[in-house]
Design a protein around this ligand. Structure first.
Ligand code: TXA
Ligand code: MG
Length: 361
């Protein structure tokens, strides 16, 4: 697909759900067009999940490999049977607890859903988004909507309509602008088609919450993200993902040792003429004040380290902002991988292509 489509950007107030914009977008979906819309996690790039031609256009617009399957979004839990061939009891229990919301389940795919949606797999990833605009679009279009994150492939997910416009203008039909997405990192993905249920991607439904319903959950990913070993074999779980153009250096270890290493590395990089981005929490910001007068340094603030909610909301926008400024490298200290922190840690780990600089005193 070339940049030949007249993209329309339509502002929707989450309180005005009968808006003409929703009707236009729903009609577009039914006509096989591509509509970007906000969800509670990140913006999705949607098409009718039953329309293989429309789905192929999603892959083309994003530059996404056909080997990476899509998530299908549904208006309610009752719609599950339209796209899955079997709904295990565990799925019902998880959805009773977490739907609508940022939890994606991998289940057996119903043959009426074209295989291209799932990259040829016999499974399908489904979720029921908890966002009034996503919900209104699903209801008005009356079809399941397959939607990956609405970014160019391998770029950080979009958390505002501006991000979608930056990546996909001229390549998609409509952007529904519903403001910034409330969570900011993508949904938790759990595979229920394996013998033991398996976490494929940490998200804002935390490991701790999942374990209350699925004590046997396979946490292989947890081990992978906390060491330097290779990625899991799951589709889409490649290490180099969610990455900005700049090289990300992720530091981990005792706080004083990490800060000392980061200060030394930052000084070296500035001296060698590199444009340096720093992603810092409020608690660490003072440690880098010696660099603030440097024109080749840009510091992005994530808020207090005690508030993962705000860090998750700001993370992708901050990475994009540093990229746009032209950072060659971005330095950041890893967060604690607990609760929502695990999802943040995972995105940083991938942005750093799985390289962690371990610092201990
Ligand atoms: O929060 C989200 O999940 C956002 C919003 C738009 O809903 N969507 C999203 O989609 O992040 P995407 O395509 O960027 O990520 C989907 C992930 C990928 O890692 C993909 O490999 C995995 O889900 N996935 C999809 N279908 C799968 C399947 N059948 N089996 C295993 N993994 C699957
Ligand atoms: Mg994505």
């Amino acid at each position: 697909m070339t940049d030949a489509i007249a993209t329309q950007r339509l502002r929707v107030e989450p309180t005005a759900l009968q808006a003409e914009a929703i009707q236009l977008a729903a009609t577009a979906i039914r006509e096989g067009k591509l509509v970007a819309f906000p969800t509670e996690t990140v913006y999705g790039l949607g098409a009718n999940a039953f329309d293989a031609t429309a789905i192929a256009r999603i892959f083309a617009a994003k530059g996404r490999p056909f080997s990476n399957p899509l998530i299908v979004h549904l208006a309610t839990v009752e719609h599950l049977a339209t796209v899955t061939s079997e709904i295990p009891d565990l799925a019902q229990r998880l959805l009773a607890q977490f739907a609508p919301g940022p939890l994606t389940l991998v289940l057996p795919r119903h043959p009426r859903v074209p295989a291209i949606v799932s990259a040829g797999l016999s499974t399908i990833a489904v979720r029921i988004p908890d966002h009034p605009i996503a919900h209104a679009l699903l209801v008005a279009s009356d079809v399941p909507i397959a939607a990956p994150s609405a970014n160019r492939s391998n770029y950080p997910s979009p958390t505002t309509a501006d991000h979608v416009v930056d990546d996909l203008w001229g390549r998609i039909d409509i952007v529904l602008d519903g403001g910034a997405t409330p969570i900011g990192v993508e949904s938790t993905v759990v595979d229920l088609t394996t013998n033991v249920p398996r976490l494929l991607r940490p998200g804002s439904v935390s490991l701790e919450q999942l374990l209350t319903v699925v004590p046997s959950l396979d946490l292989t990913l947890h081990r992978v993200t906390n060491s330097d070993t290779s990625p899991t074999a799951s589709p889409g779980m490649f290490l180099k993902h969610y990455a900005p153009q700049a090289q990300v250096l992720l530091f981990q270890g005792d706080r004083p040792a990490v800060l000392a290493h980061m200060q030394a590395r930052a000084s070296d990089l500035v001296q060698s003429g590199q444009r340096l981005g720093l992603l810092v929490t409020d608690e660490d910001a003072d440690q880098f004040s010696f660099l603030t007068s440097q024109p080749t340094v840009m510091i992005a603030h994530l808020g207090t380290s005690k508030d993962f909610t705000t860090i998750a909301q700001r993370l992708f926008a901050a990475l994009r902002e540093l990229d746009r400024w032209g950072a060659d490298l971005i330095l950041m200290r890893a967060v604690d991988p607990h609760g929502l922190g695990l999802a943040i840690y995972d995105r940083l780990f991938r942005a750093a292509a799985g390289q962690i600089i371990q610092c201990d005193s």
